[in-house]
Write a protein that binds this ligand. Structure first.
Ligand SMILES: [Zn+2]
Length: 85
C-alpha cells in the first residue's frame, strides 16, 4: 500500500459576501451594486484583505499603470493600464 505524503498546505480565510446571492428579480434589484463593485475593487478575492493599490504614470507613453497587491497572500491580483487624458 502506498503511503501519502503531505508536501504543502494552503490556509484560506473564507469571508462572507457583501450581499447574499439573489434568488429572484426583486432581491437582484435590491442589491447595492456600487458597494459590491467597490468591495471587489479594494479587497483580495482570496482572503478578503485590503489590497495595496499603486499607480505609476508614464508621461512619455501617456499611460497610467495600476497594480493591486495583497500583502497577506503575497500576490498581485490585478494590473491594468489606462491612457492619460
Ligand atoms: Zn489576499
Amino acid at each position: 500500500m502506498e503511503q501519502s505524503k503531505k508536501i504543502a498546505s494552503i490556509d484560506v480565510n473564507i469571508v462572507p459576501a457583501v450581499e447574499a446571492p439573489a434568488t429572484n428579480v426583486a432581491e437582484f434589484e435590491a442589491i447595492d451594486w456600487r458597494t459590491v463593485f467597490l468591495d471587489d475593487h479594494h479587497n483580495c478575492p482570496l482572503c478578503g484583505g485590503e489590497l495595496l493599490l499603486t499607480n505609476v504614470t508614464h508621461f512619455v507613453d501617456q499611460k497610467v499603470r495600476e497594480d493591486a497587491f495583497c500583502e497577506g497572500c503575497n500576490i498581485r491580483t490585478r494590473q491594468s493600464e489606462h491612457e492619460l487624458q
